[in-house]
Design a protein around this ligand. Structure first.
Ligand SMILES: [Fe+2]
Length: 426
């Protein structure tokens, strides 16, 4: 009898332990690896001269301290001289845990030249990839523009990016217009965003700007977009407090200016954020001698959603008018549109005297049915059914903008021609 009671007792304990184990295992979250010892999220950007430098970043776990880039000029059927550069290592703390970001900026490269490279270290090298430096005076170049890629998951962004790149494998680089992810201080979203972009980020530089969602942190908090600046290494020529997220660079005959319109979010951390950018923008545009002046902002100065951005318009538009930026690319409203040439907020008859504002649409899954055409719009298209992307082509005196559906259908195409006398939209 006593033996039977002991057996029942042991059985009860066994079942109890099994139950506790089963319950506790249900509480264990699926394993999530922030980064491994092998390089991941290999990304090309520029921090310096696009003709002679190339910045490469990648991630590893925190135990992998040493990383290198091995590179050489790409010469088919010929063995070029291989060079090695040791990367700087930065430890990044995220809500998913810590990881290392390795950054190497190759300098002294030949303009208009293709290089082959790999990153990592002995026993843990990445695959080989290629990059190309900007030619000194390119007759022609093309870049891709992606509006807000923020999504529930990043499958849509993956499809838009890869279809755009497949259809435009001659693109020299891409611009991402802000709101790359939905919650910018939530590392899991970046993890998915970078994984979705694998196969393109390693091949052409990505030059992004900050959107309001980059400042959103878990728990509804607002923060500086540190996961953005930790992961994208960009020119540090912006104003104090905004370096690495407000910047300018040249490619071919074009000058690119990236601003940060998140005054409502970041202004609490960077006092006089708008004033600092206005002074910097004035100096930056006054100094450039490039044929094309292209400005990129996340929140539109001339918007398509109901609420306006009068502070941004009053702050930036007079400087854009004064130095005659040719085009201001915008985002945030998730529609594709372009305005008439505007000067002082009024439509003028040609782009020689006015600036055209281009809303770049959406490359992710989020749509806004309430974004509408405004009186300043010359063309308006709401990509509710399918995401979209843009190509911008510079050829001599001609700048051509095309908007495509994700699947490749043409939405719109137009040009500015500076060849002789007044420019016309063709
Ligand atoms: Fe936005």
């Amino acid at each position: 009898m006593a033996r039977k009671r002991t057996l029942l007792h042991n059985l009860f304990i066994f079942v109890l332990v099994l139950g506790i184990l089963a319950a506790s295992s249900a509480l264990i979250l699926p394993g999530r690896m922030v980064a491994e010892c092998a390089p991941s999220h290999i990304t090309l950007t520029w921090t310096g001269d696009t003709q002679t430098t190339q910045t490469i970043t990648w991630k590893t776990d925190v135990n992998t301290q040493d990383g290198q880039v091995q590179y050489q000029e790409f010469m088919p059927e010929k063995f070029g001289e291989q060079q090695t550069l040791t990367a700087q290592v930065e430890r990044v703390d995220s809500n998913w845990g810590e990881f290392n970001v390795h950054t190497a900026t190759l300098t002294g490269l030949k303009p208009g030249t293709r290089y082959v490279y790999r990153v990592g270290n002995e026993g843990s090298w990445s695959e080989q990839y290629h990059f190309a430096t900007a030619p000194t005076n390119p007759c022609y170049f093309k870049f891709l523009v992606f509006g807000d890629s923020q999504s529930v998951n990043y499958d849509t962004w993956h499809t838009t990016l890869h279809q755009a790149y497949q259809a435009n494998s001659d693109a020299a680089f891409s611009v991402n217009m802000g709101d790359l992810v939905d919650v910018g201080q939530e590392y899991g979203q970046w993890y998915d965003w970078f994984n979705a972009a694998h196969g393109v980020l390693e091949n052409i530089p990505c030059m992004p700007l900050v959107g309001n969602h980059e400042t959103y942190a878990p728990g509804g908090r607002i923060a500086m977009p540190t996961l953005f600046t930790d992961q994208f290494k960009l020119p540090m020529n912006g104003p104090a407090g905004l370096k690495g997220q407000v910047y300018s660079f040249d490619y071919g005959n074009a000058h690119f200016v990236m601003l940060d319109t998140q005054i409502g979010e970041e202004g609490r951390f960077v006092p006089d954020m708008l004033e600092k950018q206005k002074m910097w923008l004035e100096d930056d545009l006054a100094a450039t001698k490039q044929k094309w002046k292209l400005v990129f902002v996340h929140r539109a100065l001339y918007n398509n959603k109901a609420e306006g951005n009068s502070m941004l318009q009053a702050g930036f538009a007079p400087i854009i008018d004064k130095y005659h930026a040719d085009i201001v690319f915008t985002a945030h409203d998730h529609v594709y549109a372009h305005t008439y040439p505007l000067y002082g907020g009024t439509a003028v008859n040609n782009p020689a005297t006015g600036t055209i504002y281009v809303a770049t649409g959406r490359s992710g899954s989020k749509t806004y049915a309430d974004s509408i055409a405004k009186e300043w719009d010359n063309f308006f298209y709401n990509p509710l059914a399918e995401p979209n992307y843009l190509t911008v082509e510079a050829k001599g005196s001609l700048l051509t903008i095309k908007a495509f559906r994700q699947s490749g259908g043409l939405i719109d195409a137009w040009s500015i021609d500076k060849k002789s006398g007044p420019s016309n939209i063709e």
